[in-house]
Design a protein around this ligand. Structure first.
Ligand code: APR
Length: 243
């Protein structure tokens, strides 16, 4: 029988998704064979230093990814999480390392993008009042400038930068009944370390459980109570069972 998480009324669930959840929609992951990091050097396209060295290259990299993300559709895994939100409301906290908009496209209303959003850009001058803005169809060519004169940069958390909302995510993990990670290789911190909060709480006698769902065991597999091997789009639709 496949894995089922029984959800009693009032159960609090935190789900952290990674690139694997969007793989069946046709978005490339980072570290699988044919992953994005096979073709591009992380330090060239996903670091503040790379941006300083060659902003046009970085801009093109994200523009290409944005253009591709606009052509794909959410899959049953994204839809299962949207349905779970419709059922649990605020008791589901959905955080994602993904920058694509597929959770929202599936109908999820509350999505926390800890590594930023592909469809947003922002002024790189932090003192500028232009906050992150939707740029879905705006820029695919020239590197744009903000009205203040500074460069506009992708609203993406690069290596060496601080992920968004991690304190809030951690607080929710510290208060949840179930922590579920989907399709993440477990090598990028701090996201990969969240499951340790569950381990700690268990050591204090708390009744919280952690589950990983993905094609293969992640690097932090030992920290999860259960590792379910399978495609997100096949496992998630049957994973949560309200009781
Ligand atoms: N269903 C479930 N899991 C899958 C599927 C699938 N259909 N296809 C691939 N996977 C799994 C892979 O086995 C792998 O373990 O998804 C995981 C993807 O791992 P990564 O490519 O490393 O992606 P992720 O963990 O999300 O990367 C974290 O690294 O470069 C950064 O900022 C980027 O947010 C990203 C972060």
């Amino acid at each position: 029988m496949s894995k089922v998480i029984p959800l009693a009324r009032g159960a609090k669930v935190v789900v952290m998704t990674g690139a694997g959840i969007s793989a069946e929609s046709g978005i490339r992951t980072f570290r699988d064979g044919n992953g994005l990091w096979e073709e591009h050097r992380v330090e060239d396209v996903a670091s503040p230093e790379g941006w300083e060295r060659d902003p046009a290259l970085v801009w093109r990299f994200y523009s290409d990814r944005r253009a591709q993300a606009l052509t794909v559709q959410p899959n049953p895994a994204h839809r299962a999480l949207a349905a779970l939100e419709a059922h649990l409301g605020d008791d589901l906290y959905l955080a994602t390392q993904n920058v694509d908009p597929l959770h929202e496209a599936a109908g999820s209303k509350r999505v926390v993008h800890v590594h930023g959003e592909l469809m947003k850009s922002r002024c790189e001058d932090e003192s500028c009042t232009t906050g992150p803005f939707d740029d879905t169809n705006l820029y695919f060519g020239e590197l744009p400038r903000c009205r203040c004169g500074a460069r506009v940069r992708p609203h993406i958390v690069w290596f060496g930068e601080v992920p968004f909302e991690m304190h809030a995510v951690k607080r929710r993990v510290q208060a949840c009944d179930w922590f579920v990670t989907v399709g993440s290789s477990g090598v990028v911190y701090p996201a990969a370390g969240l499951v340790r909060e569950v381990t700690y709480r268990q050591s204090m006698g708390e009744a919280v459980r952690s589950v990983y769902v993905g094609l293969e065991a992640p690097a932090n597999a030992d920290a999860f109570n259960e590792v379910v091997i399978g495609k997100a789009g096949e496992v998630l639709p049957g994973l949560f069972a309200p009781v």
